[in-house]
Every structure is written in C-alpha cells, then in structure tokens.
Design a protein around this ligand. Structure first.
Ligand SMILES: Nc1ncnc2c1ncn2[C@@H]1O[C@H](COP(=O)(O)OP(=O)(O)OP(=O)(O)O)[C@@H](O)[C@H]1O
Ligand SMILES: [Mg+2]
Length: 277
C-alpha cells in the first residue's frame, strides 16, 4: 500500500496556543518499507500517526492511500482501519475485553468473519507474538505484565491481517528481554510482507530494525533517508534533541579513524563480528 502525505499541517482546536503541531509534511510510505519515525517528546509523532487512518483530520493538506484521498466520499474508513493497524502508545488504551481471547477476537469478529475463522486468526496471532494460546486465552488482559499486554495489543491488531502495522513507542516500559521479543516479532512480520512503521525516541531500537528513518522536530520533517546516512547527521540529531546511540557513536569513531572499513554496521554484535574476523 502506498501512503502519501502532501503538505499536511495540523493544529489542535482545543488549545489556547494556536500553533501547528504538524507543519507542511510531505513523505510517502512504500510497499515493503520498514520505517522509523523518531523525534523528541512533543515533536508530533502520536499526532502524526492518527492521520494515517483518519482519526484526526488535517487542518490543511491531504493523505492519499494508493492514490485515493483519505477524506474523499469513496473511502471506507472502517475497511482502512483493518488494512492499517495501529498499536497505540499505551496498550491499556486498546485492551478492553474480559479475556485475552475476546480481545484479540474483537477485530476479526467486527470484520464479519465466521467463528472458525476468528478462532484461527486468534490462535495464529497469539502464536506470532509468542504467547501460548492455551495459557493466555482465558486470562484477563489487565492482569498481565507490560510486555505481555503489549504483545496482546499487537496480536489484536495483526488478527485483522493488516498490510501496514504502525506501533507507537513499542519499547516503552519494557526491559531488554521484552524489547528483544518485540524486535523479533516485528522482524517476523516484516518478513511476512507487512509494511511496518515504528514511532519512537528509542534510537537504538529504530536503527537496529528499520531501513529508513524520518525525523520530526516541532512537527516539521527535518530528515527522511536511508539509515546508513544517519551517521553523518549528528548535528541534525542534536537539533532534534536525539542522541546517536552509544554503539553508533563508537562505530562512527572507529570508521572515522580507519579501524573498521565498513560503515554499514548498526549493532554491537555486528561490530564484534567485524572486529574479531
Ligand atoms: N489532544 C490534544 N490536544 C491538544 N494538544 C495536544 C493533544 N495531544 C497532543 N497535543 C500537543 O501536540 C504536540 C505533539 O504531541 P504528540 O503527542 O503528538 O507528541 P509525541 O511526539 O508523540 O510525544 P511523546 O514522545 O511524548 O509521546 C504537543 O505539544 C502536545 O502538547
Ligand atoms: Mg507520543
């Protein structure tokens, strides 16, 4: 699915300060993209993703889905929200049923699938996020750990089999093991052909996973490019109040000093392999 933002600006009406929270945004999400949208707190990330499915309406500009304007009469928003799934910043806001099974089943049931199909989707989605259906199905989603809640929220979205998955701060409140699990789930979903958009200020996580990075500063897009080029963008990142991850700072120094020849390295384990080769 191609998602194109054209000159999109947005301001909230309910605040006394009438400034644009998003300012003249132009970018396109392409098939097979694995995009990280990073920006400091308050830069407009959560506001931005709500424009992908019409949860917020642009003050000016537009969003095109495969060439069709999102706010046009022919656009079926209900259908769009099954094709673009959003896992929100606080998974609790998305969990509301009494059991994990009912929660994950909610989306596919609303799509009018048969009980048997719903059952298959629930089992498959729980499997994809690494939760044992026998163990978790009957439990309350509210009595789970943060990491498990987030995985249930992801399962609830992928149960609708969306083409695009957007995750808002998927690593918040997770320990390194929880982060690693989410990372594996997202890699797996990308391999299955999903387009994935991660919104985060957790730069390490984004750089490990994504191919392309978009940087927001005060609602403006100040960078959109290949992750390889992010090394040379320390000033831009400073301006956006984002720290280059420590491992990338080390890799950049080693590259600048000629200790390593390859700048196409993004993780400590890749660096270890190169240094011990
Ligand atoms: N419902 C709202 N009504 C009015 N202003 C809002 C609302 N939600 C967010 N804002 C304002 O819009 C700006 C962008 O907020 P947003 O939540 O999109 O930022 P963010 O990049 O997601 O931040 P964080 O990293 O802290 O989640 C902020 O100045 C915020 O105060
Ligand atoms: Mg946010």
């Amino acid at each position: 699915m191609k998602i194109r933002f054209e000159e999109l600006s947005f301001k909230y009406d309910n605040t006394p300060v009438q400034r644009n929270v998003l300012e003249s945004l132009n970018f396109e999400i392409l098939e097979h993209d694995f995009v990280g949208i990073i920006g400091a707190s308050g830069s407009g990330k959560t506001t931005l993703i709500q424009h992908f499915t019409g949860l917020l309406q642009p003050s000016s500009g537009r969003v095109l889905i495969d060439g069709q304007e999102l706010n046009s009469a022919g656009m079926d928003l209900g259908d769009l929200r099954t094709r673009i799934g959003i896992v929100f910043q606080f998974p609790e806001s998305q969990l509301f049923e009494e059991t994990v099974y009912a929660d994950v089943a909610f989306g596919p049931q609303n799509m009018g699938l048969s009980e048997a199909e719903v059952h298959d989707r629930v089992e498959e989605s729980l499997r994809l996020v690494g939760l044992d259906a026998d163990h978790f199905s009957k439990r309350s989603p509210f009595h789970l750990s943060e990491g498990e809640k987030r995985r249930v929220a992801i399962a609830g979205v992928i149960a609708m089999n969306p083409d695009v998955l957007i995750l808002d701060e998927p690593t918040a409140c997770l320990d390194p093991e929880g982060i690693r699990i989410i990372e594996e789930i997202l890699r797996g979903l990308h391999r299955l052909g999903k387009q994935i958009i991660i919104v985060s200020h957790h730069m390490d996580f984004v750089v490990r996973l994504c191919n392309r990075i978009i940087v927001l500063q005060n609602g403006k897009l100040i960078y959109d490019g290949d992750k390889k080029s992010i090394f040379n963008q320390t000033r831009m990142l400073n301006r956006a109040n984002i720290l280059l991850p420590r491992v990338l700072q080390v890799i950049k120094r080693l590259f600048d000093h000629g200790v390593i020849e390859n700048s196409d390295i993004f993780t400590a384990s890749e660096l270890r392999k190169v240094l011990t080769a």
